[in-house]
Design a protein around this ligand. Structure first.
Ligand code: FAD
Length: 310
């Protein structure tokens, strides 16, 4: 209930403005966001590689309605990829990028889908040139079909493009079946948006059970599952399923968010699994931060205090 309420009030402009200006927010932001600039993001990726953790880097910002902003985001991604390659961090996909289509134009009325696809294509071309990969993040359910369609179009030229599926959606087990084919990189997560009962499980146990069903399909298939969760039971189940299907260590990976369960990330990497950290950076951290707070009730007091100290 708290999660839903938080996601709901976060849509208010006055709440956004209060939180962004509050000094207390900065401390919470620093936990989940690796700085505001490309050099800061590259520095964090380098640091994580010292403990054998790969990264997928997200330039924060979503629901962009301005063409110039969408173009700017594309340019930041290309500059980021160049900077990763310069530091020899990108090769073999060790540091890749995650892109939200709404950050590169999908939400712009009229030709938004075509613009987002073109921008994503340019980011993929840069990634290919530098020997790394791109994963297209999944946003709320109103964009699922269009986002999967864009992934299909991108894969025609860049077969390594990753897609994301969310276990809270009723449709996802079927999507897993469709996408568990050879070479298909699929990140499975629970899902971070407030979704209606008509399309999504509302109860945490149902979301978890769906996650396990989806994981079974992906691990039994021919694709490359990316198990994105901090849930210890699901990590164990992912590991057991990989073993059951005789998967080699390089045929799947675990993923967690920057700032969440850091010790567990290192432990998973030390056990010989591939571990990738989702590393967000940039100035537009508000939407991302609220979703992280909503997942962790203990963090909400920071959020409320940040409003009170204004
Ligand atoms: P939960 O049941 O939420 O958490 C399990 C345990 O993990 C908690 O008990 C707690 O100990 C710890 N934990 C979880 N979250 C936090 C937190 N914020 N702070 C501190 N501890 C925490 N969602 C999308 O909708 N689209 C995407 O494209 C997407 N990409 C993602 C990429 C990665 C690599 C990851 C890890 C998640 C992504 N998500 C995405 C978010 C995801 O959908 C969930 O909202 C989020 O991961 C929390 O779910 P959980 O599986 O960790 O389980």
């Amino acid at each position: 209930m708290l999660r839903g309420a938080l996601l709901q009030i976060s849509e208010s402009d006055s709440v956004r403005s209060a939180v962004v200006k509050a000094p207390m927010s900065r401390a919470v932001v620093a936990r989940y966001v690796a700085g505001e600039t490309v050099p800061e993001a590259v520095g964090s990726a380098a640091e994580l590689q010292t403990t054998h953790r790969m990264t997928t880097i997200d330039h924060l910002g979503e629901d962009v309605t301005d063409r110039a902003q969408a173009e700017h985001t594309r340019d930041v991604y290309v500059a980021l990829l160049d900077a990763l390659a310069e530091q020899d961090l990108a090769a073999d996909g060790r540091a890749e990028v995650s892109v939200k289509l709404s950050a590169v134009g999908q939400a712009i009325p009229g030709d938004g889908d075509a613009m987002a696809l073109e921008h994503a294509r340019e980011i993929c071309a840069a990634a290919q040139r530098l020997g790394t990969t791109v994963t297209i993040d999944m946003e709320d359910h109103t964009t699922t079909d269009r986002t999967l369609e864009a992934v299909r179009a991108l894969r025609a030229d860049f077969p390594w493009v990753g897609a994301v599926l969310q276990s809270y959606l009723h449709r996802t087990e079927a999507d897993c079946r469709d996408l568990a084919h050879e070479g298909s990189r699929i990140r499975l997560c629970k899902g971070a948006y407030k979704e209606p009962e008509s399309v999504a499980y509302q109860d945490g146990t149902d979301v978890d059970l769906s996650y396990v069903r989806c994981l079974k399909v992906l691990m039994a298939g021919q694709g490359y599952p990316m198990v994105a969760t901090h849930d210890p039971r699901l990590v164990e189940i992912g590991s057991a399923l990989a073993k059951h299907h005789d998967r080699s260590a390089d045929s799947y990976e675990f993923q967690m968010l920057y700032g969440v369960r850091d010790l567990e990330q290192k432990r998973i990497a030390d056990r010989g699994h591939q571990m990738r950290v989702y590393l967000p950076f940039g100035e537009d951290w508000y939407g991302y931060l609220v979703r992280r707070l909503a997942e962790r009730p203990a963090n909400v007091r920071f959020f409320l205090r940040s409003l009170a100290t204004r």
